[in-house]
Design a protein around this ligand. Structure first.
Ligand code: SER
Length: 591
């Protein structure tokens, strides 16, 4: 069966059973500040799972693009992927366990013709908060599953969600396919990672909401949330042993093999799979209508990590040309009919891959030499210090996961705590910059520096308006004469862009706007759309300064009371600061 057929069959099956089809949402979740990416089909449906009325009714179905970063280390085995398509169906306070389980069983066995004896299922065994799910177990038994096919597990295995820190969740029943391998031991079962059982479908009985304080409250309605991985089902239906052998990976894998042969080199199977997985995830992330690009923060950092890992693997094979675009083009071509956004954003995808390659490949060789030297000195079993790991991060742009991978390959460890300690110290320093604790400390706090600080916020907001929200503050330095602002962006700004930025800041000044200070939790600040450093501990209270319509930032202050105090704003200079970072110097006051 082809992927196309499978998608159609799934959606039609549920449409015939009263479900309305909804479109796949963006990979960047809209209303959930606690997760970086859409990891399951339920994300875009959170308000409806919490009781909001959905305009299309109580039964929904879709195919949702998902990105899961939790599984990155397992990518390259037989079944884990960074990007996946999730087939899902939902009941929003309509049917519950009986109908949900029966429909799943019917679809798998009667419509996809999977022999029932190849299935194994797990149910929640109960704990002191929620009783054992004997109802789900009874339903499975009534469908003919035997004791050998039924497994009971606790919260780690049989409880799903919330996706972030808070939100809808509940016990679930997971459906596995038995790959036919012998058991690896007496405890072998679906929870075992030996590869005998592959999870294919998860039916969640969403009845609870996890609150910010960790407690669970009952939901207004009992919902069903299910998710089935398209790639895995395809693997099973076509009798493949791993997802990389399915038609979804065939073209990109073939192209990669071609490149390796042409270059007269080779890579271990797992590395090849990682390259194919990552380039597919990157193509979808860069091709998302919300257009994110590689950076050093949040989602952009994940992109950077994926990209840099591929570049490193190519170098490992002795390949120094950039093949990212060649591989991505294969993915775009393959998926563009189903996901037209890939075609629409083709130029952006390829441009970003090319840029990041140029940015990183320059420093990669030097960094690799340095890393090799450090690791050689340590010898097998040695531990790379946090300081050196941070140096590789800071000077050569090596994501920590990447350094860890290099160290592991050579049988070394990395002092991760030491790294994070260094990282925090560094962040603290830049935060002090960002918070406007100026070079001279408190002594320099005067009205003029406060006004320049407000101008910095307006500048940050204006840059994000003109250049896009991938612009992030990378540093700030204020004297009583001028402001200096560093931000992520990787080319020179045009005169027109600089004029637009100036015009926006001056417009805000002319509008005589009050600068509003509020205190809130970092979560609330994030939700309110504030930019800034969100690394505060849970329970922290942060200060948020808002200039309505122009800026909202987490910041220590102080600021001007009203934008009118700035009189006017003028950019003196725009220049490169370091790789991928630009610097603007500007002044305020009467001309
Ligand atoms: N939300 C559940 C999962 O991701 C079912 O879709 O497994």
């Amino acid at each position: 069966m082809t992927a196309k057929e499978l998608r159609t069959r799934y959606v039609n099956f549920f449409k015939e059973r009263g479900h309305k089809e909804i479109a796949s949402a963006s990979l960047l979740p809209e209303n959930d500040p606690t997760v970086l990416f859409t990891t399951a089909g339920m994300h875009p449906l959170v308000p409806y799972l919490l009781g909001e009325k959905h305009p299309l009714g109580k039964r929904l179905t879709d195919i949702q693009k998902c990105v899961r970063t939790d599984d990155i280390d397992e990518v390259g085995d037989n079944a884990h992927l960074t990007f996946l398509e999730m087939l899902g169906n939902w009941s929003l306070g309509d049917y519950f366990k009986q109908e949900s389980i029966s429909m799943s069983f019917d679809f798998l066995t009667n419509h996809l013709h999977i022999p029932p004896d190849r299935l194994a299922v797990t149910v929640f065994e109960g704990d002191d908060m929620v009783p054992a799910d004997t109802e789900a177990e009874g339903i499975w038994r009534s469908l003919g599953l035997t004791e050998q096919q039924l497994f009971r597990y606790g919260r780690i295995e049989n409880w799903w969600g919330p996706a972030g820190q808070t939100g809808p969740c509940g016990p679930d029943t997971e459906i596995f396919y038995d790959m036919g391998k012998p058991c690896c031991g007496p405890d072998c079962g679906p929870a075992c990672s030996c590869g005998k059982y592959v999870e294919i479908w998860n039916n969640v009985f969403m009845q609870f909401k996890k609150e910010a304080d960790g407690s669970f409250s009952g939901l207004k309605q009992k919902n069903i949330d299910t998710g089935m991985g398209l790639e895995r089902i395809l693997m099973i239906l076509n009798e493949k042993t791993n997802v990389y052998e399915t038609e979804l990976f065939l073209p990109v894998m073939t192209k990669l093999e071609e490149i390796l042969t042409q270059q007269d080199t080779t890579l271990p199977e797992r590395d090849k799979r990682i390259i194919c997985d990552h380039i597919r995830a990157l193509s979808f992330l860069l091709g998302d209508p919300k257009k994110i690009s590689p950076s050093n923060t949040e989602q952009g950092y994940i992109l950077r990590r994926l990209l840099r890992r591929i570049i490193r693997l190519f170098k490992k094979a002795g390949i120094h040309e950039n093949y990212l675009c060649t591989l991505s083009e294969v993915i775009i071509l393959q998926y563009q009919d189903t996901y037209p956004e890939l075609k629409e954003n083709r130029d952006f995808i390829l441009e970003q891959l090319q840029k990041e390659y140029l940015l990183f490949s320059k420093t990669l060789d030097d960094g690799l030499k340095k890393a090799d030297r450090y690791l050689e000195q340590l010898g097998t079993g040695g531990t790379l210090s946090g300081e050196l790991a941070f140096k590789l991060y800071d000077t050569y742009g090596f994501p920590i996961e990447f350094t860890l991978e290099l160290a592991t390959e050579r049988g070394c460890l990395v002092d991760m705590d030491g790294f994070y300690q260094k990282f925090k110290e560094h962040q603290e320093k830049s935060r002090q910059g960002a918070a406007g604790k100026f070079a001279g400390g408190l002594a320099d706090h005067n009205e003029q520096t406060a006004r320049l600080h407000t101008a910095t916020h307006l500048l940050n907001g204006a840059l994000r308006k003109v250049l896009g929200t991938e612009v992030f503050q990378r540093g700030s330095n204020i004297t009583s004469e001028r402001l200096r602002f560093d931000f992520s962006f990787d080319r020179k700004l045009t005169t027109e862009e600089l004029e637009q930025v100036s015009a926006i800041v001056n417009e805000a000044i002319r509008n005589n706007l009050d600068v509003v200070l509020e205190e809130m939790t970092p979560e609330q600040a994030y939700e309110a759309g504030a930019v800034g450093v969100f690394s505060g501990k849970y329970g922290d209270i942060v200060k948020v300064y808002t200039i309505p319509g122009y800026s909202k930032e987490i910041c220590g202050g102080p600021h001007a009371k009203n934008t009118g105090e700035l009189i006017s704003f003028r950019i003196l200079k725009e220049e490169a600061s370091s790789a991928g970072v630009r610097r603007i110097k500007a002044v305020i006051g009467a001309e």
